[in-house]
Design a protein around this ligand. Structure first.
Ligand code: OGA
Ligand code: MN
Length: 279
């Protein structure tokens, strides 16, 4: 066995890799890891695995199709690799500071959100910059029976509204115009997955409940995020160089904790294509 899996609390598991080459070559590891992701609350932490960007990409490809884009942050040298760094040469400030609030990746994009993401630490921050996760299946399960009934038919508009973010951003007029022209997407508040399990679709992009006055909807959505992310439900990851974290983007929310541009934090992410629409 190239690795050992140990559950973490309150969600996730640590994958101690004893033989990285064997892990990368194993025909059964990709399927086993995707299964582990599912049964351990949607997060796998691989301490100091030390993959470089092309190897991270190759590892991801063995788990599924990889999302490739060419917009801000996406590598041209390694299509499918996306760089998270507070450096105007690396990425647009919005996409980095916008990830400091709880979110589900792809909730404001057209199409099916990514199934999972693999985030690796190239350079660790000198301060701040932890990444946090919560299980949105568990957040659904903790609702009262009355809430589950009441929320079943609610639909929520997801869009980028800068005043919903906790971090002030200094965006160029072009970035602002681009973000404000993004269309909104309507998702059910409760995602009923193919296996029948249900999760909440909330986060900073969830800005309005269809059919409710805006302020009332926003207050409801904020209270759901607050309840889902009480400290006792949060897994906090403190990065070391070479760590890799994989999260299931359908049944978790995540955020980075703030960091300074000169903290040195530099991360690479690869996403797996989703195959399950939010419904
Ligand atoms: C992301 C993201 C968080 C982080 O890459 O989608 O939200 O800790 N990253 O950098
Ligand atoms: Mn994200």
């Amino acid at each position: 066995m190239a690795y050992r899996i140990e559950p973490l609390s309150p969600l996730g598991a640590r994958v101690e890799v004893t033989d990285p080459d064997a892990l990368l070559a194993s025909p059964t590891a990709p399927g086993e890891l995707l299964h582990a992701l599912e049964i351990h609350g949607g997060v796998l932490v691989f301490p100091r695995l030390g993959l470089d960007a092309p190897t991270q990409l190759a590892f991801a490809r063995r788990m599924g199709d990889v999302v490739v884009k060419t917009s801000a942050g996406w590598s041209r040298a390694h299509p499918g690799v996306y760089r998270v760094a507070l450096d105007p040469a690396a990425n647009d400030e919005f996409f980095v500071k916008g990830s400091w609030d709880w979110h589900i990746d792809g909730a404001t994009s057209l199409g099916i959100p990514p199934k999972a993401s693999l985030l690796a630490c190239r350079t660790k921050p000198s301060a701040g910059g932890d990444t946090q996760f919560v299980d949105t299946y568990a957040a659904y399960d903790r609702l009262t029976a009355e809430e589950k009934r009441r929320f079943e038919s609610l639909k929520v508009w997801h869009r980028i509204e800068l005043d919903a973010y906790s971090t002030p951003m200094n965006l160029s007029p072009e970035s602002l115009a681009r973000l404000e022209s993004e269309p909104a997407h309507l998702h059910p508040l409760i995602w009923t997955h193919r296996d029948g399990r249900k999760s909440l679709v909330i986060g900073v992009t969830a800005t309005q409940v269809e059919g409710l006055p805006k302020a009332e909807g926003r207050a409801l959505l904020r209270s759901l995020v607050d309840r889902a992310t009480e400290p006792r439900y949060v897994l906090n990851h403190v990065w070391s160089v070479g760590d890799l974290v994989i999260w299931d983007n359908r049944g978790t929310m995540h955020r980075a904790r703030p960091f300074e541009a000169d903290s040195g934090r530099d991360m690479y992410r690869v996403m797996l294509e989703g195959d399950e629409p939010i419904q």
